[in-house]
Write a protein that binds this ligand. Structure first.
Ligand code: FE
Length: 184
């Protein structure tokens, strides 16, 4: 058996050869997450969880151990989505279309990245002339829905999002357990 040493050219190609740490959660790789609900190129439309007739999300990960979730949100009609306060940081990457907040003068357009700081309250709007908005979101903590004075009226977090997805997946025949495959 030949022994490769750090001095050999192929040393860098040797995979790590020991067990991963005990208790480590498994990795998660999903193909085709950008395939939209009615993408003619394919994709299972059942993966998209409807919130309203024009708003749906494609879950990517429900992280119950760290309290965050990852999804692609799809909106197919302009309008106000919600007014909410964030308890945790949000990272957004706009994949298609555009949106803005009533509280800011910037517009997040295709290719834009936005960081929403913990504590911020804002009102998400998709403009009327945008007929498809797709945005990748990594959301820590909760969205607390509020009235214009900041009084809480409801909330969403990884647990409510996961419950909504599980109920949808059960309804469409994928099984409630499908949401578990996206859980870490
Ligand atoms: Fe937000």
């Amino acid at each position: 058996m030949s022994v490769v040493t750090p001095a050999d050219r192929d040393y860098r190609k040797i995979p790590y050869r020991h067990p991963q740490p005990a208790g480590m959660v498994s990795d998660l790789v999903l193909p085709g997450v950008l395939q939209a609900a009615r993408d003619p190129m394919g994709g299972d439309p059942r993966l998209w969880v409807p919130l309203t007739d024009t708003v749906s999300f494609r879950p990517i990960q429900f992280n119950v151990s760290q309290g965050f979730y990852v999804h692609v949100m799809r909106v197919t009609q302009g309008g106000v989505l919600s007014r909410h306060r964030h308890t945790g940081a949000v990272h957004a990457l706009v994949l298609k279309g555009r949106w803005h907040y009533l509280e800011h003068d910037w517009v997040a357009e295709e290719g834009s990245y936005a960081f929403e700081p913990p504590g911020e309250t804002h009102t998400l709007v998709v403009p009327d002339d945008c007929d498809e908005m797709l945005t990748f979101f990594l959301v820590h903590g909760a969205l607390v829905y509020v009235d214009p004075d900041g009084v809480a009226t409801g909330y969403d977090d990884v647990f409510t999002r996961r419950a909504t997805a599980a109920a949808h997946y059960e309804r469409v025949g994928l099984g409630a357990g499908f949401a578990q495959t996206l859980t870490r």
